[in-house]
Design a protein around this ligand. Structure first.
Ligand SMILES: Cc1ncc(COP(=O)(O)O)c(C=O)c1O
Length: 427
């Protein structure tokens, strides 16, 4: 942080020097007395960051055109979205959403359980099940709620959820909502999973939960290893394929398909908010299991259903994916181009194998400063820091789309190189 302050102009330097990242770790509790709001006055980090134009969050996009966007009043190459197949502006997807509003209105204003189900939801479930070769699928209002509902309904007081340390927050939150115990195994380490499962009483039902493609690292789960261990311990396996659908596997069918291991995963969770250009989530698996989740998943029962426009958009995007599987190859190719380019320059891209490519910078303030300078050069990325990344391991998360042009990826690489040199990250 001191190095940052030295290199910045005097005014920014003074402000940067006062920007204390330790404030993130501050114990905001213990000062409340009777007033539950007391802690909020101690939280000044966001305001401090805004004052030195280093606050990267909640900034509205002026426009979002897919591979490019407008932010802070200027055009930028969009390397910070999950729109992997570039379908959010696809005419067929837009028309499907418009038609659904004309037919069903803007909202169903109720839970799936009661007045919130249409044939659109059921058609979408049928198509997802067919696409993944599953017996059935169940649609939720968000991917986040899917993990909450699925995990909490299955992992009751007698059961244990065993999760990869790098699993998405929604999996952790699903475990918190569940009455059963949660245990963690080392990231992508099937041997450690084995060790953990060995320690669990044989009479206790277990659900192992992994991301298929890890949302920050862009690495692919060791599915063969995990399936083998789960089988040996008779544990059920849930794979969250939020970042795998449309990105890996045959025609974008996700992690099991990537390994040629179709039929080996008990439950597949996915979201419409990434490749499928909408919002919403689903779980696919045995009909009887979904019947249980449908009646005991609190995030489904006690929340309004996916709006018709979102269901229709996801369904249309799925049809485009099925008809144009070349989009999957294209997003992989763009990812490879960006990843190889960044690695060859000397950036730390970790274990990424997909179009999600993290660039680890380390220090939190250095990361946001790098993010801001890149944006000024016309490249939008996502800064990720504590608690989404370990303290001192902050990174820029970049991700490609099938609709990025080669020239756009080359432009991004040029900007990374020149900023990398300016910031002393590259020779
Ligand atoms: C692995 C994973 N699961 C679930 C979710 C939640 O999905 P949604 O944004 O659709 O609620 C995300 C979101 O980023 C994710 O990365």
């Amino acid at each position: 942080m001191a190095k940052q302050a030295e290199e910045a102009d005097p005014q920014t330097a003074a402000a940067l020097a006062g920007l204390s990242i330790e404030a993130l770790l501050h114990d905001y509790d213990g000062r409340d007395g009777r007033d539950i709001f007391a802690k909020v006055h101690a939280f000044t980090l966001a305001e401090q960051a805004r004052a030195v134009h280093l606050y990267p969050f909640f900034q509205p996009l002026d426009r979002n055109d897919g591979p490019e966007a407008e932010i802070y009043g200027r055009r930028a190459l969009m390397l910070g979205s999950n729109n992997y197949l570039g379908l959010t502006r696809h005419p067929r997807v837009i028309k499907a959403a418009q038609d659904a509003i004309a037919e069903h209105g803007t909202s169903l204003t109720g839970s799936r359980l009661l007045n919130g189900t249409t044939h659109l939801h059921e058609n979408l479930e049928g198509r997802i099940a067919e696409f993944l070769g599953a017996e059935a699928a169940l649609v939720f209002t968000t991917g986040y709620q899917t993990n909450l509902g699925v995990i909490s309904s299955l992992v009751n007081r007698r059961s244990v959820a065993v999760v990869d340390k790098a699993d998405h927050a929604s999996i952790y939150d699903g475990c918190r909502l569940a009455e059963g115990e949660m245990l963690r195994f080392r990231h992508n380490d099937a041997q450690h999973l084995d060790t953990i499962l060995r320690r669990i009483d044989k009479g206790k039902p277990c659900l192992v939960v992994i991301d298929g493609v890890f949302s920050m690292g862009g690495d692919i789960a060791d599915l063969p290893g995990v399936v083998e261990v789960c089988r040996r311990h008779e544990a059920r396996l849930l794979v969250d394929d939020a970042h795998a659908i449309g990105v890996i596997g045959k025609g974008g069918r996700g992690t099991a398909s990537h390994f040629g291991m179709e039929g080996t995963v008990d439950l597949t969770v996915g979201t419409f908010s990434k490749s499928l250009a909408s919002v919403g989530g689903f779980v696919a698996g045995q009909r009887a299991v979904l019947e249980w989740i449908k009646h005991f998943g609190r995030s489904m029962i006690f929340s309004a259903s996916l709006p018709p426009a979102s269901a229709a958009a996801a369904l249309a995007a799925l049809e485009v994916l099925i008809e144009e599987p070349e989009r999957v190859a294209e997003v992989q190719r763009k990812g490879e181009m960006l990843r190889n380019g960044l690695r060859d320059m000397g950036f730390d891209t970790g274990d990424s194998q997909t179009p999600i490519i993290p660039v680890t910078i380390g220090d939190e303030v250095a990361t946001v400063t790098f993010w801001r300078d890149l944006l000024e050069c016309g490249v939008y990325t996502n800064p990720v820091m504590f608690p989404a990344a370990a303290m001192g391991k902050a990174l820029l998360r970049t991700s490609c789309m099938a609709t990025h042009t080669d020239e756009q990826i080359e432009f991004a690489l040029e900007q990374f190189q020149s900023m990398g040199r300016k910031h002393g990250l590259l020779p």
